[in-house]
Design a protein around this ligand. Structure first.
Ligand code: SF4
Length: 413
């Protein structure tokens, strides 16, 4: 029997899909993540933007076109938000939301709509089986922040954290070359009083490269950075979601930091990790964003010098506070997005230039279009012309910008 698992959206969805893949393999399925003939399809959906939700629904049409008799399970945030729109696609679909994902495979024979009740405690799933080199390890779910534009707290429920022993066991059992520690709001990690910094300290004996998922600036302080510095395999890459460089916009987004605090934290990171990759997400065209506010975002980008930015247009999500605000004209959002996409390119080029001649640690992921590709510790995308993959991390020297990363040369042992 064959199953295909499609994953849209964030790394937490990736973690949960990996656990589903492990369960499918246990049940005798061969599993793929490509659109190809199969007995069963699982679509792990995303609702973070209207576009992501649309793509999640379109997946059903693409699968049905390939295999009209396909049995499809939809799960994830878009289903939690709008179960009917998925159930209506076909009477055969089994639909579940964001909770009780661990039970999906137990109900493979069920038919009809099932949106599960909220979980109040962290839900353990199968030990994941990843189809990638990097393993995503989920340690936290849910969010209490209620940023005014975000639908996720309504779909994933309140924050809950995973027992650190189970985190360590999963990493030991799967023994990947790199783990990415993830959560919906990783910074809110709190397991019976143990915070994220305590979790990090407990990972120090592991022999795997450790990367962190998205962080809030409030967790960045000397204690936190010292704990990371003491991890012998820490990958110095910090994804700090900025969203806006304007204090007025941050306030209307219900984000609890100022532009100055953000800059201060970035400076502190660079005190500990000079060559850290610092990436961010930025929303353009939030309803209250004026031209002046947008310029403040641009000047913060110029000041911080991110290694990469992920800009996206504000997308009103029904049920959120910002949904009731007057949306900006589409043309304004388009123009601001275009400016940020240019800034993104400039950030990438400047970062590669600052790395030129430096030696980084490369973890191979795939051979594509004639290049051996993967990531350095600071999340610089690496391209190598010649390489013999043996599963180990290798030293490479940065030569120049290439596509979304850098062309590099392999260094001697
Ligand atoms: S921190 Fe804000 S943006 Fe992130 S999941 Fe929570 S509410 Fe959404």
């Amino acid at each position: 029997m064959k199953a295909v698992v499609f994953t849209l959206g964030c790394k937490v969805n990736e973690c949960e899909s990996d656990a589903l893949i492990a369960g499918l393999i246990k049940r005798g399925y061969t599993v793929s993540d490509k659109l190809e003939p199969a007995d069963l399809y699982i679509v792990n959906t995303c609702a973070v933007t209207a576009e992501a939700e649309k793509k999640s629904r379109q997946m059903a049409s693409r699968i049905k076109k390939l295999n009209p008799n396909a049995k499809i399970i939809f799960t994830g945030c878009a289903v939690e938000k709008n179960p009917k729109s998925f159930a209506e696609k076909s009477a055969d679909y089994l639909v579940t939301g964001t909770f009780n994902k661990s039970k999906i495979l137990e109900t493979l024979d069920a038919v009809g709509e099932r949106v599960s009740p909220p979980c109040l405690e962290y839900e353990e799933m199968e030990t994941p089986k990843t189809l990638r080199t990097r393993a995503f390890v989920k340690v936290q779910d849910g969010c209490n922040n209620f940023c005014s534009y975000c639908i996720i707290p309504y779909l994933r429920g309140r924050t809950r954290s995973r027992n650190p022993k189970n985190v360590i066991n999963e990493i030991r059992q799967t023994n990947p070359k790199e783990v990415v520690i993830n959560g919906i709001n990783l910074s809110a990690y709190d397991y019976n009083g143990l915070k994220l910094v305590d979790l990090i300290k407990s990972l120090s004996g592991l022999d795997t490269r450790i990367r962190l998922g998205s962080l809030e600036v409030r967790v960045i302080d000397d204690e936190f950075l010292s704990a990371l510095k003491n991890l012998k395999n820490f990958a110095p890459h910090f994804h700090l979601s900025l969203q806006s460089g304007s204090n007025a916009v941050l306030k209307s987004m219900n984000r609890h930091y100022t532009a100055d605090e953000f800059i201060e934290k970035v400076d502190l990171i660079r005190k500990y990790f000079k060559d850290a990759g610092i990436t961010t997400d930025i929303i353009v065209g939030f309803p209250t964003e004026t031209e002046e506010n947008f310029k403040e975002t641009i000047s913060l980008i110029d000041r911080v010098k991110f290694s990469d930015i992920h800009p996206f247009s504000f997308s009103p999500r029904q049920g959120t506070v910002a949904y009731k605000m007057k949306d900006l004209p589409a043309e304004t959002k388009k123009q601001r997005l275009a400016v940020l996409l240019e800034k993104k390119e400039q950030c990438k080029t400047d970062f590669v230039n600052s790395m030129k001649g430096k030696v980084l640690d490369f973890l191979f992921e795939e051979l594509k279009d004639g290049y051996y590709q993967g990531y350095a510790e600071n999340y610089l995308r690496i391209y190598l012309k010649e390489f013999i993959p043996d599963g180990n991390i290798k030293k490479v020297k940065v030569i120049e910008r290439y596509l979304d990363g850098a062309l590099c040369e392999l260094q001697g042992e």
